[in-house]
Design a protein around this ligand. Structure first.
Ligand code: SF4
Length: 741
């Protein structure tokens, strides 16, 4: 038999790098993982697995993986590191950060993470144990990743909502209560490659197999748009106008759910008045979508019940992202598709177990209102943006990088970076973030491989365990599940282990409460009435209870959403708010509207003269999660090069042939990419996948694994954030040109 045991667990970074949740079987032989497969008995993924999961063994046992703590010995950028013990590493970090705290205050240290990996819990726990309010996704312009959508939903309906793919039921699609969506709008996402935001990409395919028709909104043709009833090929960044156009048609043609609107919403007349400004003719001009297509899509969506919307990060990256998300969430409320089978169901973590504190609400529950209020006083961006202060515990990234450089209103002296390759990944305006990080007195990076960030600025590097090597838990909506270790690699430790150890050094009180990570996990899992071991013994996952606040349907009718047990929603009025009281209180327009991209033919015609193409960055690859996995041979073989997708018309106009290297440039810089000439992109845009750096190239400065030459974020700006502080990072709307080399 080719293995000694099979360990059943769930994936949540590191390893596949994603937002996780799928069921996994790890085949172990002689203390090593020899194979990773999907677990067919697991309700979330039912045995399916992506290429990154299947390539897990190459990731875990990669020859260049960092498996021992390292200390920089040469100058920053020289790439000289020496192996040290964990004790020396943690002692050094404790001593250095405490010295900075004494001199400048705890707020002088930023705790920086990447996307929704298994990190929000550990890093916010560490930041608050140290006393710093600055938990941040450093580099993520406008904090344009899910938070604007979450904030808009919380303001509109008092809760978050996701497409209903029966993911809250053990029986999934066979649940008698469930109904397949008749129509699904896939808005600005290609769900298959990455399962973002707690949503398993293939669920859409499952629904299609059961009869769902698709409306796809995207600037690029995708596998889904090629099979759609309607494909709306949109101008990047104009999603807000399209949403208002659809609302206009639905209200004008009285296709909305009158009974639901009358009984459960407020602000309909204000919305009607605002939407009247967005006629199909005007919206067509703004979005490049023919007006007939807009009208037909509105009719198809509104007249099909149930219908659902699945959306992606470009919504957050649109100008005024938190307002665009508001308009889109109004669509499922107008049509009465909220929390109904086959609609957009309200999403709460199973049994209310918080793995990852999404909102200030959860922070207050975890750390107490007084503590959170005290933190807010110094949190970067909280005084500039009410939504930043009141909705979520993040520091605002565009302001933070400026503050790192200026030292005003207070100096930033150190960065703790965990699950984030800032310079090779999310940081817009790579050069600005490079200068800012170089100014830090002390930088710790917890990661698994060297990358442009470790090479350029790390003083200490801590080796992190993959999901196959750690104990953890996950309740990103459903199910509540435990992550079970199968093997140990080198001296690697989990993010929870590293952060708990340090947190206890900064706050010795914690020693009494948490001897081990399992104590902390059990403490967090208390609302479920189960411990880590009990859930592990009983199969490793559990769905929300029937008739509980974390299980669909129509909870607003049953008084399961409001803290006072009344029917309705957790909003200031207890109703769906088309004109948001929260937005109004935060100094924002209570109603949605469209805002023209910061760079465009319309807003910056002169710049457009020079750079007539819209550069859309960030399209997903099944082989990579953001800036990860470029060193994994099986994956690199399938997607070997940093490309740029160019329409044949544009290629011909520039004399560019498929496969040749070209320059992409604008006033911020110039990068090189391999041309992929393809009609799937609109003739006015180029698509430039993000997160590219080359592990096989020289890592030491000045080269930094070629990041300066190929990273699309050399060309993207910071400082385009929404009026709310959340959204508007111009990753999809930056102007550029292609130049034949
Ligand atoms: S992307 Fe999807 S299939 Fe792959 S590991 Fe993550 S959750 Fe599992």
């Amino acid at each position: 038999m080719g293995y000694d045991e099979i360990v059943t667990t769930t994936a949540w970074s590191p390893g596949p790098g994603c937002h996780g949740g799928c069921g996994v079987q790890l085949f172990v032989k002689d203390g090593k993982v020899v194979r990773a497969e999907g677990d067919e008995k697991h309700p979330f993924s039912q045995g399916r697995a992506c290429p990154r999961l299947l390539a897990l063994t190459q990731y875990i046992y990669h020859p260049e993986r960092i498996t021992h703590p390292l200390k920089r010995v040469g100058a920053r950028g020289e790439g000289k590191f020496e192996r040290i013990t964990w004790d020396e590493a943690l002692d050094t970090i404790e001593q250095k950060l405490n010295k900075i705290k004494e001199q400048y205050g705890p707020e002088a240290v930023l705790f920086c993470q990447g996307t929704g990996r298994d990190i929000g819990g550990p890093i916010s726990f560490l930041a608050y144990s140290f006393g710093s309010p600055n938990w941040i996704q450093l580099g993520l312009a406008g904090h344009s990743c899910y938070t604007p959508r979450l904030g808009a939903m919380m303001a509109t309906q008092g809760d978050y909502a996701v497409l209903d793919a029966a993911q809250f039921s053990e029986k999934r699609y066979d649940d008698p209560e469930y109904e397949v969506p008749k129509v699904i709008i896939i808005w600005a996402q290609n769900p298959m490659p990455g399962c973002p935001d707690g949503f398993f990409g293939h669920w859409i395919v499952d629904c299609m197999k059961r009869g769902s028709k698709l409306i796809v909104v995207d600037p690029r043709w995708t596998w889904f748009s090629a099979r759609a009833e309607k494909f709306l090929q949109i101008r990047p960044g104009t999603d807000g106008a399209l949403a208002m156009g659809l609302i206009n048609v639905i209200i004008a043609e009285e296709l909305y759910d009158r009974e639901f609107v009358k009984r459960w919403t407020v602000g309909f007349e204000e919305l009607k008045e605002r939407a009247a400004e967005y006629t199909p003719e005007r919206v067509s001009e703004i979005t490049w979508i023919p007006k007939e297509e807009i009208i037909e899509a509105a009719r198809l969506y509104a007249s099909s019940k149930p219908a659902a919307i699945h959306w992606g990060v470009p919504i957050d990256m649109a100008p005024e992202g938190s307002t665009v998300a508001q308009a889109i969430s109004h669509l499922w409320c107008l049509t009465g598709n909220l929390d109904v089978p086959g609609g957009n169901v309200i999403a709460r973590p199973t049994y209310g177990v918080t793995t990852y504190p999404f909102s200030t609400l959860e922070m207050n529950e975890l750390y107490g209102e007084e503590f959170v209020k005290r933190l807010n006083a110094k949190r970067i961006g909280a005084n500039e943006y009410s939504m930043v202060k009141n909705f979520r515990g993040w520091a605002q990234p565009d302001i933070a990088v400026e503050q790192m450089l200026s030292g005003k209103p207070y100096p930033i002296k150190a960065c703790w970076i965990q699950t984030s390759n800032v310079l090779g990944g999310q940081a817009a305006n790579m050069s600005l973030h490079y200068q800012a990080l170089k100014k830090m007195d002390f930088v710790v990076v917890a990661d698994l491989f060297h990358n442009p960030t470790t090479m350029a600025v790390a003083d200490i590097i801590l080796p992190v365990a993959t999901f196959a090597e750690k104990e953890s838990f996950r309740s990103w909506w459903s199910p509540l599940q435990v992550i079970v270790p199968a093997v140990q690699v080198g001296e690697c430790r989990s993010d929870w282990e590293i952060n708990l150890e340090l947190a206890k050094r900064f706050n010795p009180e914690l020693k009494k409460r948490y001897k081990t990570v399992k104590d902390l996990i059990n403490d967090r899992m208390k609302p479920s009435g189960r411990s880590y071991d009990e859930l592990k013994e009983s199969g490793g996952w559990i769905m929300p209870e029937q008739n509980s606040s974390s299980r669909p349907y129509r909870r607003y009718e049953k008084g399961l959403l409001r803290p006072d047990g009344q029917s309705g929603f957790r909003t200031p009025t207890g109703k769906i708010e088309f004109a948001s009281k929260s937005y109004e209180a935060w100094g924002l327009d209570p109603l949605p509207y469209f805002s023209e991209p910061p760079e465009s033919e319309v807003r910056t015609p002169e710049l457009f003269e020079k750079y007539p193409l819209i550069m859309v960055t960030g399209r997903r690859s099944p082989m990579y999660f953001h800036s990860e996995h470029r060193m994994i041979p099986w994956l690199r073989e399938c997607d070997p090069d940093p490309i740029v997708e160019i329409h044949p018309q544009v290629a011909e106009a520039h004399g560019i042939s498929d496969g040749e290297w070209v320059f992409i440039e604008n006033d911020r810089g110039k990068i090189k990419r391999k041309a992929k000439v393809t009609p799937i992109v609109h003739p006015k845009i180029i698509s430039v996948p993000h997160g590219w750096w080359l592990p096989e190239k020289e890592g030491r400065e000045p080269n930094l694994f070629d990041a300066w030459n190929i990273n699309c974020n050399v060309l993207t700006p910071v400082g385009t954030q929404s009026k709310s502080g959340f959204g508007g990072g111009a990753y999809k709307t930056t102007l550029a040109r292609v130049v034949k080399i």
